[in-house]
Ligand binder design. Structure first.
Ligand SMILES: [Zn+2]
Length: 246
C-alpha cells in the first residue's frame, strides 16, 4: 500500500474517459500492472509522453488498499522516437511488446525481461541492424530468461561432446538440444544448423546481457536462425508470433 517509486514501460493503453487512460505497464519490481492515469491526456508534455505506448518513465504509483494502482506522476526517460516514424520498426517493436505482454504477470518481478525488452527496443530504434536477426536474438534470450535453456554442448541422447570444428549441427525440438550425427537420424524433429548459426545460438544463450546484439551473421545464417527460432518459440510458448502488420 501507499506510494511506490519505480520505473516502467507502457505495453498497453486504453482510454478511460476524455482525459484519463488505463495503462498496462511492465515494471521491474511489480511485474506487469494495470494503472489508472488521471489526466494523462490533458497534462503537461511529460505526462502526455509518459502515457504513450512503448514509452519508458520514472513513476510514482499509488497502490490502494484494494490493490488498485494509479499513477501520481511520471517523468519520461525514453520515448524510442525512431520507432514511431518507421512503420517496419514499429511492427517489430509491437510484436515484441505483445510477446512481453503474454509472458509477464502481476507480482512476478521482471528485472531481466524488462532489461532485455529495453535493450531490444533501443537497438531497433537506434540502429539499422537486420530486424529479423534482432527478433531472433530477442526470442532466444527471452526463452532462456524464462527458464528454457536447451542443451548445446553435448548430444542430448548419448552425451557425445560437440566439437567446434564440426560443420553442421542437429537440433532436436523434441529433445530440446543438440544431437550427434548418429542420434539425429532417429529424430524427426531435427533442424539442421550450420556452424555459423549454431555459434550465434550459443552466443545469444551465454553472452553478457549487454552484448547480445553485438554480432552479425550472413543472410543465409539469419534465414536458418529465423526458421529455428520460429519453431523453437512456438514449441515453448504454444503460440505463433508473426510480425504484426501495422
Ligand atoms: Zn548422440
Amino acid at each position: 500500500m501507499g506510494i511506490i517509486k519505480t520505473k516502467g514501460i507502457v505495453i498497453g493503453t486504453a482510454n478511460s474517459s476524455d482525459n484519463d487512460k488505463v495503462l498496462t505497464i511492465l515494471t521491474p519490481d511489480l511485474g506487469k500492472i494495470s494503472a489508472f492515469y488521471k489526466g494523462a491526456k490533458k497534462g503537461n508534455k511529460s505526462a502526455l509522453n509518459s502515457s504513450e505506448y512503448l514509452s519508458f518513465s520514472n513513476l510514482l504509483i499509488y497502490k490502494s488498499p484494494n490493490d488498485n494502482y494509479s499513477i501520481n506522476s511520471a517523468e519520461l526517460i525514453e520515448l524510442f522516437y525512431n520507432l514511431r516514424i518507421d512503420v517496419e520498426k514499429l511492427s517489430y517493436a509491437t510484436t515484441i511488446s505483445k510477446i512481453i505482454y503474454d509472458v509477464t504477470e502481476e507480482n512476478i518481478p521482471a528485472y531481466d525481461v524488462l532489461q532485455l525488452f529495453l535493450n531490444t527496443l533501443y537497438v531497433i530504434s537506434e540502429s539499422e541492424k537486420n530486424l529479423d536477426l534482432i527478433y531472433c536474438i530477442f526470442r532466444i534470450r527471452l526463452l532462456a530468461i524464462l527458464g528454457f535453456l536447451p542443451q548445446v554442448s553435448k548430444c542430448v541422447k548419448c552425451g557425445l561432446q560437440m566439437k567446434e570444428d564440426m560443420e553442421e549441427f542437429y537440433f532436436s525440438i523434441k529433445e530440446d538440444g543438440v544431437l550427434c550425427n548418429t542420434c539425429s537420424r532417429l529424430d524427426k524433429s531435427v533442424i539442421r544448423l550450420s556452424k555459423t548459426t549454431f555459434s550465434a545460438l550459443i552466443y545469444v544463450l551465454s553472452c553478457d546481457s549487454k552484448k547480445i546484439f553485438s554480432f552479425d551473421i550472413p543472410q543465409g545464417a539469419i534465414d536458418e536462425l529465423k526458421l529455428f527460432t520460429k519453431i523453437y518459440t512456438t514449441s515453448k510458448l504454444d503460440k505463433e508470433y508473426e510480425i504484426m502488420k501495422i
